[in-house]
Write a new protein. Structure first.
Lengths: 276, 395
């Protein structure tokens, strides 16, 4: 190994809040409840209070579910949303809006709606979030196709470590429209948010994590069978094992693939006692 | 965290590779032409890279073919970049080099074509189905595959700030030791989504774009690919230009209209200067976002007037290249790096009568003067802003 090889140092961070929304659960607690015998409800309303009613009508599902889960994760940790850097990640972006755009362009391109065009930018959720919360903080929107969820955790953790600030992470993917089913097998939408922070920076630590980058392939961590049947094909479900391990509050070690050549190693332990 | 910039290149309507770009800038030859993009009847001018239709991807990556990936491939082959990337990967290991690409529309042109040919049941026809191309990460997947780099690979898509933000993520990854170097870049290609989309917002100019001109009528959409190979300072022997600071912010104002006082723009500029430990008066040249839309240029000028003195030269180069959207950040970073190397500062092509309401005078004609420190602005829809400060090593 060359002398200048500096190697990876572990990144330590705390997870301080969780938000979730999908078909049949309107928050993280309801997702957990659905794992029991009763299962999940048939459907769930989505009305993120942060977005003014007029804007809400024009906002696509992709935007609304992101804003909703981020608000939940912030509230859980009593964090000020306007101060938080954000990382949004998705494997497939806003497929409903892409489908509309490409369909309209194929049929009558001059009829493209300007509102739906500006909603089609991949950072639309971050735009709505910053407007709704008045946040001038940095916002990133990233994609690594099927590896988007673990990559987003890596990017968010790097922001926490390099800039010593709290970061609100949101991963989300929706059900694929007919014409894009070959690109994503997701049959139901999922948005999941984690508020992560430098150790000790937040008074609501649910867990402390150590993240390391490792060479070689890894399998995805298993999901509970019912959750796997429901959301296993949704790329954003890649982050569910992290949230589940945090909720179980025992120590856990997870591996998550970043590519066929690389994976993340994540140790999850209890949050600092004085901060709980 | 500073980054050494070991190598860089760009391909746009203003030239394929650095030599052609330098000549266009020096001779003030625009790359814009009347819109001749297939399937688009909008009366406008575009920054089209010639010859993309005949570019062929290497056999091992043929399944990743799209206009966007062809442009990425054409760009990667310029200025000996691939050789230098390969050499570095051989020395430090391909897994120690990350890949971070910026794009706004990825390979969506390929999806558009498939949608014109959907089967009767509404599904995409089998021959048109290309999952690894028809997703947002297509540029990252292609660049990693064709370079053999196996470090973490991410595609950033924050509209027109995308490929400026790649530098910020690379700086953090390197600071955390996740990688020792990164190939960063951006690629965006002409497609109907952006052409008809910007047209629906009445932001597309019927003539070549005229940044900062009092009679500017909107943007000219362009396409580009650009790359920079960056690493931890002092990792390699030799003197390299550096990324000294980055700034990222949100406007919190409107999805498609900038903050009227340029609040987000100033936040980004101030952060970048702060990380570089420089003051505004140290900056010799600012490459403006300068899209030639009414609102962008006015707001950006207001922000500049609030920070910079008149000895700082500022210009927009979009009169040469058009607005290359998700590739604008890297393209203009490369222009800044070339400006610092040659001392030739591009003026603002097509700006004939500077907007009389502008308090900060933009550079109209080219100038020649050494530049030690320079700043590049990139502002995107959703109010997503990024500024970068570059510097030459001290003598």
């Amino acid at each position: 190994m060359p002398a200048w090889y500096l190697g990876c140092r572990m990144i330590e961070f705390a997870i301080c809040g969780i938000g979730a929304w999908g078909k049949g659960f309107s928050c993280w607690g309801e997702l957990l409840e659905g794992l029991g015998e009763g299962g999940w409800r048939e459907d769930t309303r989505l009305q993120p209070e942060l977005i003014p009613a007029r804007e809400r009508r024009r906002a696509p599902l992709f935007v609304k579910m992101a804003v909703e889960v981020m608000d939940q994760a912030c509230s859980a940790a009593q964090a000020d949303p306007s101060s938080l850097a954000t990382v949004f990640a998705t494997a497939m972006s806003d497929m409903e809006t892409s489908d509309y755009m490409c369909r309209t362009l194929a049929e009558s391109p001059r009829l493209v709606s300007p509102t739906r065009f500006h909603n089609s930018v991949n950072n639309a959720p971050s735009g709505y979030w910053s407007i709704a919360t008045g946040s001038h903080a940095p916002a990133n929107a990233a994609c690594s196709y099927q590896y988007s969820a673990p990559m987003a955790l890596l990017e968010a953790a790097a922001q926490v470590a390099a800039e010593n600030r709290m970061v609100l992470l949101c991963v989300q993917d929706e059900a694929a429209p007919l014409a894009l089913e070959h690109v994503s097998g997701a049959r139901e939408p999922l948005a999941l948010a984690l508020l992560i922070a430098p150790p000790g920076a937040c008074s609501h630590e649910l867990a402390r994590c150590r993240l390391d980058l490792q060479r070689g392939a890894a399998d995805w961590p298993a999901l509970p069978p019912a959750l796997n049947r429901k959301l296993g094909e949704n790329p954003s479900a890649g982050l569910l094992p992290v949230a589940l391990a945090v909720s179980r509050s025992g120590p856990a070690d997870l591996e998550m693939p970043l590519s066929p050549a690389m994976h993340l190693q994540l140790h999850i332990g209890p949050g600092a006692r004085e901060n709980r | 965290m500073h980054l050494s910039i070991i190598h860089h290149t760009a391909t746009s309507a203003a030239g394929i590779g650095l030599d052609a770009l330098g000549k266009s800038l020096k001779r003030r030859q625009t790359g814009l032409r009347e819109n001749d993009f297939e399937g688009c009847d909008i009366d406008t001018w575009i920054g089209r890279v010639p010859g993309l239709d005949s570019v062929r991807l290497p056999p091992a990556q043929e399944h990743l073919d799209s206009r966007n990936n062809r442009l990425a491939w054409l760009g990667l082959q310029q200025d000996g970049l691939l050789g230098i990337v390969g050499e570095l990967a051989g020395e430090m290991g391909a897994e120690r080099i990350g890949v971070i690409m910026g794009t706004s529309t990825s390979s969506i042109g390929d999806v558009e074509a498939a949608y014109r040919n959907l089967a009767a049941d509404g599904r995409m026809r089998s021959p048109d189905q290309k999952p690894e191309v028809q997703n947002l990460h297509s540029p990252g997947l292609f660049v990693a595959a064709v370079t053999g780099l196996t470090g973490p690979c991410m595609t950033i898509s924050t509209a027109c700030s995308s490929s400026a933000k790649v530098f910020a993520s690379a700086a953090r990854w390197i600071e955390c030791g996740l990688v020792d170097a990164a190939l960063v870049g951006g690629v965006d290609s002409l497609c109907l989504n952006t052409m008809y989309g910007f047209n629906s917002l009445e932001l597309v100019s019927p003539e070549p774009c005229r940044p900062s001109d009092r009679d500017r009528r909107g943007i000219s959409i362009g396409e580009a690919a650009g790359f920079a190979l960056v690493c931890r300072p002092n990792l390699l022997p030799g003197e390299f230009p550096r990324l000294l600071g980055y700034g990222e912010s949100s406007d919190a104002h409107h999805m498609s209209h900038p903050h009227p006082e340029g609040k987000g723009a100033l936040d980004a500029i101030d952060q970048a200067l702060g990380r570089a430990a420089l003051s505004a008066s140290d900056i010799g040249y600012v490459n403006l976002h300068g899209t030639a839309s009414k609102a962008n240029d006015a707001v950006e000028n207001r922000a500049l007037a609030a920070r910079f003195g008149h000895h700082t030269l500022a210009s927009s180069t979009k009169g040469w290249t058009g607005h290359t959207l998700g590739a604008a950040g890297i393209l203009e970073a490369v222009i800044v790096l070339e400006t610092m190397k040659t001392g030739v500062i591009p003026g603002t092509l097509n700006c004939e009568n500077a907007d009389p309401d502008f308090r900060f005078p933009v550079l109209q004609e080219n100038a020649e003067t050494p530049v030690q420190y320079a700043l590049s602005n990139s502002f995107g829809f959703g109010g997503n802003n990024a500024s970068l400060v570059f510097g030459l090593p001290h003598d």
